[in-house]
Design a protein around this ligand. Structure first.
Ligand SMILES: Cc1ncc(COP(=O)(O)O)c(C=O)c1O
Length: 379
């Protein structure tokens, strides 16, 4: 089996799974309990928070644990909108956001907020000029992802941050779910980013884990009311084994990052080079993109047909994203890039981790080549 669908989810690392099991068995106390078992698990939470904060260059008190990317995006977007409704009801986002962002914003739009959707260029990159033009007195939130999940295009987060330095009251949210371990994404002390969202299962951590960075001093309305965990921002008994395991997975993902990125880049470059030699293949991912995603299609062949043909040979990839695959929805990123629907429908996405090998890529190329030659006859 060759698994090239790592942007949909990754296989949990075996040492991370061992940690998860160990903590589940030995430290099952509720961190809110006053007894020793509770105290010990509180200690584990504190250590995990510290480790994560150090890894992404922020303060411990700026990290909040969640159930993953979708919850994080919902919280920071709606939490900002509700918190700042009295000051303004204008939100800015891009046309290529993940549904966790897009649908949260659409829900607010139905409730009366005004939204500007920033277009992207032919490489799928948001225009900073358009952002500047869209900012208004009533703008309370700018939400732009770090790395697009369908094409791997990298967004100009630092340049947006520079523009927003002149708008200190605007919350700047970055969905960093596809960035961790794949591009150099660390927040650091001087960053203009106010909130960033992360998901454990995208970096070999357990499913149903995630965390959010919220800059000290930024206020968000909480969405989960209850027992007041996470300093009242996200109630609900903490998933201690998941959190400890996620922290470990993040540490592993961020170790030797440049070597890992280099390895993925080399594999993708070899795939790109091969695909570029084929007359009936369109490559959608721009050259300057994250190293782990390559989106392309065979002219005239629907993406799902190619996905199933590869699957028959034991190779697992997606159409443009796992979310749109089942719904057979067209790719919103490719559409925003100006690609006609009939061409966008051909897209498949190969997504790697640093654990993938050149042997796997060679086998992928051989198998794809056989499929391509058989489809080519139809052209
Ligand atoms: C960019 C991006 N944001 C958010 C999410 C949602 O994350 P989760 O699956 O942890 O809810 C995903 C998942 O694919 C994603 O790629």
């Amino acid at each position: 089996m060759i698994y090239f669908d790592n942007s949909a989810t990754t296989k949990i690392d075996s040492s991370v799974l061992d940690t998860y099991n160990k903590v589940s068995k030995a430290y099952f106390g509720n961190p809110s309990s006053l007894h020793d078992l509770g105290e010990t698990t509180t200690g584990l939470l504190t250590q995990s928070r510290k480790l994560i904060a150090n890894l992404i260059g922020v303060k411990e008190g700026e990290i909040y644990f969640t159930s993953g990317g979708t919850e994080g995006d919902n919280w920071v977007i709606k939490g900002t909108a509700f918190e700042k409704a009295a000051y303004g009801k204008h939100l800015i986002t891009s046309e290529i956001e993940h549904p966790a962002v897009k649908e949260s914003i659409k829900q607010l739009q139905r409730m009366g907020w005004e939204v500007t959707y920033l277009p992207v260029d032919k490489n799928g990159v948001v225009s900073v000029k358009e952002l500047k033009a869209a900012l208004r007195e009533e703008t309370v939130l700018v939400s732009v992802m770090a790395v697009n999940n369908e094409t791997g295009s990298i967004q100009p987060i630092d340049a947006i941050g520079t523009v927003l330095k002149d708008y200190p009251s605007v919350h700047f949210h970055v969905d960093a779910v596809q960035a961790v371990g794949k591009v150099d994404f660390r927040i650091g002390e001087n960053s203009r980013v106010d909130m960033a969202v992360f998901s454990g299962h995208k970096f070999h951590g357990p499913r149903g884990t995630g965390f959010v960075y919220v800059k000290q001093g930024r206020k968000l309305e909480s969405l989960m009311s209850g027992g007041g965990q996470e300093t009242g921002q996200r109630s609900g008994t903490e998933n201690v084994p998941g959190i400890v395991a996620m922290a470990k997975a993040l540490k592993i993902a961020m170790e030797q990052q440049s070597e890992k990125q280099g390895k993925m880049r080399k594999l993708m470059d070899s795939l790109r080079q091969y695909l570029s030699s084929l007359d009936f293949v369109t490559i959608f991912t721009p050259e300057e993109s994250a190293p782990h995603i390559l989106c392309f299609g065979i002219k005239g062949i629907k993406g799902e047909v190619t996905v199933h043909a590869l699957e028959k040979e034991g190779i697992f990839v997606s159409t443009t994203s796992a979310c749109s695959s089942k719904k057979q929805a067209e790719s919103s990123t490719l559409t925003a890039m100006g690609i006609p629907k009939s061409v966008a429908e051909t897209a498949i996405r190969v997504s790697l981790t640093d654990l993938n090998t050149q042997e796997e890529m060679n086998r992928f190329v051989d198998t794809f080549n056989t499929i391509y030659q058989s489809f080519k006859v139809i052209q």
